[in-house]
Write a protein that binds this ligand. Structure first.
Ligand code: CU
Ligand code: CU
Length: 343
């Protein structure tokens, strides 16, 4: 049943990161020198002249760089998933590129889908210059056997049967995990119940953070600032890997029809308080809750490493922001728009 081809290496990753960041992961840190920063007022002008206008709203109908639509489920009960790890530059904001560590060349990794009882046949190929690994929150298997480091040029192959419906995070579990997640190694796996959910317009949103090294003239692409990770002080908080992309390119939905949003919070540090402005969630399913969802709720927390399924309807034509209602994080990019009633 299980075939593995890999070498274990637990020793290489940490020295690489120490050299990269100049900071010992796990070492105590001094608090940031708050007193050195002069006091500053909040900006007086808003980016957009609508409620919750933290970001300029672009034209409806122009697709965002990363599609938010949930993928369809592939036919059959044997789901072959193959992911390649690579280090690649990504764009996280206009004019801001970042040296990311990726599943499949982008951040987040591809949205995956299976049904309870399917066999997921998974292959991970490491084309990056350092060890990485894969941890599926949807799987119930021994991390000591499967969530092990895969060396550069090597691969691992294993199978699991998702038993619990929901939307689940997957991520690299190589230490220090905060660095591997902050660099982009995460995604969402939707596990459908055997009896399908009602038909809806479905989207996948993965919230996450970026912690940027200073820009310098020799290297314009930013990389990880490890002390900022430890201080939980991200420069960006985003949905699907790019700042405010669904405000600049709103997601078109029909008025009054059921919308289902699969939200995963990859973190690595900030809790999501997911909210749709102008909407109330008919139902919210926390992980495996299928029979008794939360009903009639305004904001629901998605913990770091957690997922939840949100269902709502937008009752009249117009623009509806979706945010984490922790508004410092919305200001840092975790905001998007649904455009109801436009083609
Ligand atoms: Cu990794
Ligand atoms: Cu995890």
């Amino acid at each position: 049943m299980v075939h593995r081809s890999r070498r274990r290496s637990l020793t290489v990753v940490i020295p690489v990161l120490v050299a990269m960041s100049g900071c010992q992961p796990g070492a105590p840190r001094k608090p940031p020198a708050q007193a050195e920063r002069p006091p500053a007022a909040a900006p007086g002008a808003a980016a957009a002249d609508i409620s919750h206008g933290e970001a300029a709203v672009g034209p409806a109908g122009v697709p965002a760089p990363i599609a938010a639509e949930a993928p369809p489920s592939a036919p059959g009960h044997l789901k072959h998933l193959r992911l390649e790890i690579s280090h690649a530059p990504i764009t996280i904001d206009q004019g801001v590129t970042y040296d990311a560590w990726t599943f499949g060349g982008g951040v987040p990794g591809p949205a995956l889908r299976a049904t309870v009882g399917d066999t997921v046949d998974f292959t991970l190929v490491n084309k990056a210059p350092m060890p990485h690994s894969m941890d599926f929150h949807a799987a119930e298997i021994a991390p000591s056997r499967y969530y092990v480091n895969v060396n550069p040029g090597d691969s691992i192959h294993y199978r699991f049967v998702p038993r619990v419906p929901g939307v689940f995070m997957y991520h690299c579990g190589t230490a220090p995990v905060a660095a591997h997640i902050a660099n982009g190694m995460y995604g969402a796996l939707v596990v459908d119940p055997v009896v399908p959910r009602p038909k809806a317009h479905e989207f996948v949103l993965v919230q996450s953070e970026f912690y940027l090294s200073p820009e310098d003239s020799s290297h314009r692409t930013r990389s990880l600032d490890w002390p900022k990770v430890l201080d939980q002080a991200p420069d960006y908080v985003v949905f699907n890997g790019r700042s405010a992309q669904y405000a600049k390119h709103p997601i078109s939905v029909p008025v009054g029809e059921l919308i289902r949003i699969y939200v995963v919070n990859a973190g690595p540090n900030r809790i999501s308080s997911f909210h749709v402005v102008g909407g109330i969630f008919e139902r919210v399913f926390l992980d495996a809750t299928t029979s008794s969802p939360l009903t009639g709720v305004q904001t629901v927390m998605v913990p770091v490493g957690g997922g939840a399924i949100f269902e709502t309807r937008l009752r009249e034509a117009g623009t509806y922001p979706f945010v984490t209602h922790a508004f410092a994080d919305a200001t840092k990019g975790a905001i998007g728009m649904f455009e109801a009633g436009k083609p």
